[in-house]
Design a protein around this ligand. Structure first.
Ligand SMILES: C[S@@+](CC[C@H](N)C(=O)[O-])C[C@H]1O[C@@H](n2cnc3c(N)ncnc32)[C@H](O)[C@@H]1O
Length: 252
């Protein structure tokens, strides 16, 4: 999947993941020692961890080269590496906590990815993850994919809504299979204020991730039809938009 450049990601998903980061970071409390941000993207959660712990205690990793560069720019002093959760280049027990914000559903092998996060976390330390509630229809992209369902049902068969971690209880199952103990599930929400439908749609003019892949496969007329359908289901003026994630916290 093409994640787009860091600027497009910030406009498209960053408006939700920025306010999510402090809430998600709270989940593991004060871990002590070093902390690791897995699937750091352009550094949204990394920056929050630096704010809390200082760059010297934070490491980050992501497989997308442009995001690695953006995270290095945003978080000087943090060791940001290129790599995937499933094969982490760190020693056993290096971290007090490891985090994956909005990443598990992109992992090729989520159980292995979480097991790797557990391996590099010290005994008694925490592993935390969150994924948008695509399955329950409470994610930031729900209005978009609901309209796709209506106009183009065949295309939705393998999209975000069906991915690992995006249904209630799914992250806890992955954590259990990865060998974590005392696993607790939960949910987190973020609410952002948008001035108009055009404000909501603006990032879709330069989308990233699965939405970008999907829109690139459609004609301009099909995109216009999709946009009109979404607009018809939304208020025209200012609105508060709330999105929810499922969360899981486990102990090594
Ligand atoms: C929705 S972004 C989340 C980025 C960041 N954590 C945030 O909250 O803004 C998903 C990220 O997962 C990364 N990713 C995809 N596959 C991965 C894997 N197997 N292991 C680790 N990260 C992965 C992508 O490169 C991308 O940066």
């Amino acid at each position: 999947m093409a994640f787009g450049d860091a600027g497009a990601y910030a406009r498209f998903m960053g408006r939700f993941s920025e306010p999510l980061a402090p809430r998600f970071a709270d989940l593991a409390g004060e871990p002590g020692g070093r902390v690791l941000d897995v699937g750091c993207g352009p550094g949204v959660l990394t920056a929050e961890l630096v704010r809390r712990h200082g760059a010297v205690r934070v490491d980050a990793i992501d497989p997308t080269p442009g995001f690695v560069a953006a995270a290095r720019d945003r978080c000087p002093g943090v060791d940001v590496r290129q790599g995937a959760a499933e094969d982490l280049p760190y020693d056993d027990g290096s971290y007090g906590a490891s985090y994956a914000q909005l990443v598990v559903h992109f992992m090729k092998d989520p159980v292995r990815g979480i097991a790797e996060m557990a391996r590099v976390t010290r005994p008694g330390g925490s592993v935390a993850a969150c994924v948008w509630d695509h399955g329950g229809g409470r994610g930031p992209l729900t209005p978009f994919w609901a309209a796709v369902d209506e106009l183009d049902p065949q295309q939705r068969a393998d999209g975000d809504r069906l991915s690992v971690g995006s249904r209630e209880g799914d992250l806890e199952r992955v954590f259990g299979e990865a060998g974590l103990v005392d696993v607790e599930g939960g949910e987190l929400s973020v609410t952002i204020r948008l001035e108009s439908f055009d404000d909501w749609w603006a990032p879709f003019e330069e989308p990233a991730g699965s939405v970008g892949d999907y829109l690139a496969s459609r004609t301009p007329d099909q995109v216009a039809e999709l946009k009109d359908l979404i607009r018809s289901g939304m208020p025209d003026g200012p609105q508060d938009v709330t999105a929810w994630t499922w969360t899981a916290l486990g102990r090594v």
